[in-house]
Write a protein that binds this ligand. Sequence first.
Ligand code: URA
Length: 272
Amino acid sequence: MTHPQAALALKALADFWADMGLEEARVLQVPRAAGGARPAGPTRQTERAAAGTRPEPKRLNNNPIADARRLAAAASTLAELRAAIQQFDGCPLKKAAKNTVVCDGMFDADVMIVGEAPGGEEDAQGLPFVGRAGKLLDKMLATIGLSRQENVYITNLIYWRPPGNRDPSPAEMQVCAPFLTRQIELKKPKLLLTAGKFATQAMLGTDDGIMRLRGRKLLYRQEGLPAPVKCVPLLHPAYLLRRPEDKAKAWDDLRTVAAICDELGVKRDAAL
Ligand code: URA
C-alpha cells in the first residue's frame, strides 16, 4: 500500500468496522487518484453574513407549496436555490430551528446523497450530516473513494430540524419537495443515494421497506429530467450506529455503489 489516498480509504474501512471488534480491514487492494477544490458550503458564517444584507423574504401568496415551487423555479443555479431556501418561511419547522440546513459538498459532484432531516448538530452547524451519523456516513463513503470534499453532494428531504428529531411529517416533506426536485434538476446527478427509509420511500414513491430496497439498482424518475437517474438506497448511518451488526449489509451496498460509479465513469479517489 503506497498511495496516500488508498491508505486513507483503508483507514476509513477499518474505522467503519471498528465497533464490530475488527481492528484492521484486510479485504482489499488498489489506489487511484482524483482532485478538486471544494466550493464554499452553507456555513454559519456565510448565513450570518447573508443575514445582514438579504432582503425581507417575499410572501408570494398564502400557499406555501406554491411559494416553494415559484422560488425554486426562479433559481437558476444551486447557489441561488440555496439562498431561496434560506429565505423561505413556509415551513413551520423554521421557527424553532437555529439554522437552515441545505447542502454540503461539491456542486458539480456526480453523486448526490439525500438524507432525511437535520438533527441537533446539523441544526447547530447549518450543514447536513455533521453529527455522529454524518461522521459514519463520511467513513462509509471514504471506503469507496467518495467524499463531500471531492465528489459528493449531500442534502436532505427537509431543511429544518424537526423538534426532538421526530420523523418529518408528510406536510413538511411536501412543502420542501419543490426545492429538492429543483436541486436535482440543476445538479443533474449521475447517481442518487438515498439514506434510510424516509428518503428512499419519498424519493422513489414506494411504501416498500428499506431492508427490501437497500443496495438495489433502481431508477429515480422526475418530470423534466432528460432521463431517469440511477438510484441506490442505503441503510441510514444512524440506524447502523444502533445496529452495527448490519454493517456487513451496508458494506455490500457500498460495493454496489462503487461498481455503479465505475460503470458511469464517476471518478473515485481510491478503489477498494
Ligand atoms: N440524518 C439525516 O438524515 N440527515 C442529516 O443531515 C443528519 C442526520
